[in-house]
Each structure stands twice: as C-alpha cells, then as structure tokens.
Design a protein around this ligand. Structure first.
Ligand code: GRF
Length: 199
C-alpha cells in the first residue's frame, strides 16, 4: 500500500517536478504516489507537468470553496496534501479533515520571513535587506494561519557576503528540490504507519 498524494500548485511547479523525479528514482521503494495535481490557476505550468505524466490535473475554479476541494480530494482518495507554490489559503474544513497531513515548503527559516504576502522574490529580498547571515528552507504542517504550523524539517545555508536576492533564490530553490521530496516521503511513510495502526 502507498500513500496517495495531492499536490496543490499555482505556478511553475519545479517542486512538483522534483517530487516526481524523486519518486521515479525510488521506483518500487517509494511509499507514495502523486495521484492528482490541483491548481487554482488553469494556466499554471505545473498542470502541464502533471498532464505529461498522465497524472490527473484539476483546475479548482473556486479555491475558497472548501466543499469543492474536499470533493476533489475524496474523489482521488487522497491521504496527504502537499502544497508546492500554492498561493491560496487552504479552507478550514480541509485543514480539519487532513490535520497533520497538509505540508508546505517555505523558502526561508520560519518563523522569520513568513506570513501573508511573503512569497517569491520578496522573501529573499527581505532576507538580504535584513543583513541575515543564514537562510534556508522550512517544511511545515499547514494550519489556518499562513506559515504558522509546526515545523517538520528545516535546513540552513549561509548567506554569502554580497549575495543578491536572485542568487539566494536559486540556491534556496535547489535546496527545496532536495529536501522537500525526501521529507514528503518520510511523512507519507508515517501517515501509512498511522493508518495501519488505527485500522
Ligand atoms: C517555492 O520557492 C516554494 O518555497 C514556495 O513557492 C515556490 C514554488 O516554486 N512556496 P515552484 O512552483 O515549485 O517552482
């Protein structure tokens, strides 16, 4: 049995790609499968990545409508929800139903440099402007506030002297591609174990 993952996306989908590549490499040793990719934006490049692999790609026209997202997740029998560049708030009923099973990746060391509006280049610009010596990647459980759920994994890298927001963005993204798929697999394995114990 494998954990069934839904990936929620709004944009280019490089983390989705990294996850799919990681699962391909694991082959039969994987503990999870991406069974659906869902986007609030019909033109998101990430949906195309899914279609090319024959993974169902769903456009969520009304992302604030919790019932619509719940129905999609139920239809695909999803165990774990993974946000990968998803810019909308996950409705409260979904958080409640999938408590401890909704993950997000953030390109900085939360609780710093997070919260509403802190995404994309803004995060790295803020890190550079604050003169931080370190930044990194945070993977956390999603609750009903932006970037505030329990931290599952965090990885630090030094900010070099004279580093720009752009160079930092590239290095942090590369790190995300390494640690997010591995953390997702770890959480997927725990989700399966919990499901077996309570069955
Ligand atoms: C990543 O930097 C991630 O940390 C943030 O959104 C970005 C998504 O990039 N949550 P991509 O769509 O996976 O390429």
């Amino acid at each position: 049995m494998r954990s069934r993952i839904a990936v929620l996306v709004s944009g280019r989908g490089s983390n989705l790609q990294a996850l799919l590549d990681h699962l391909d490499r694991l082959d039969d040793a994987r503990t999870s499968d991406v069974v659906v990719v869902i986007s609030n934006r019909s033109e998101a490049a990430a949906l195309e990545i899914a279609r090319r692999r024959d993974i169902p790609a769903e456009h969520l026209a009304f992302p604030d409508d919790g019932a619509a997202l719940m129905a999609l997740l139920a239809r695909h029998r999803v165990d774990l929800v993974v946000l990968a560049g998803y810019l909308k708030r996950v409705p409260a009923e979904v958080i409640r139903k999938y408590q401890g099973r909704v993950l997000n990746v953030h390109p900085a060391l939360l609780p710093s440099f997070g919260g509403e509006g802190m995404y994309g280049s803004r995060v790295h610009e803020a890190v550079v402007a604050a003169g931080e010596r370190e930044t990194g990647v945070t993977i956390h459980l999603v609750d009903d506030e932006y970037d505030r759920g329990s931290i599952v994994a965090q990885w630090r890298i030094p900010v070099a002297t004279g580093e720009t927001a752009l160079s930092l963005a590239g290095r942090v993204l590369e790190l995300e591609h390494f640690i997010y798929p591995r953390t997702i697999e770890m959480v997927a394995a725990l989700t399966l174990r919990d499901a077996r114990t309570s069955a």
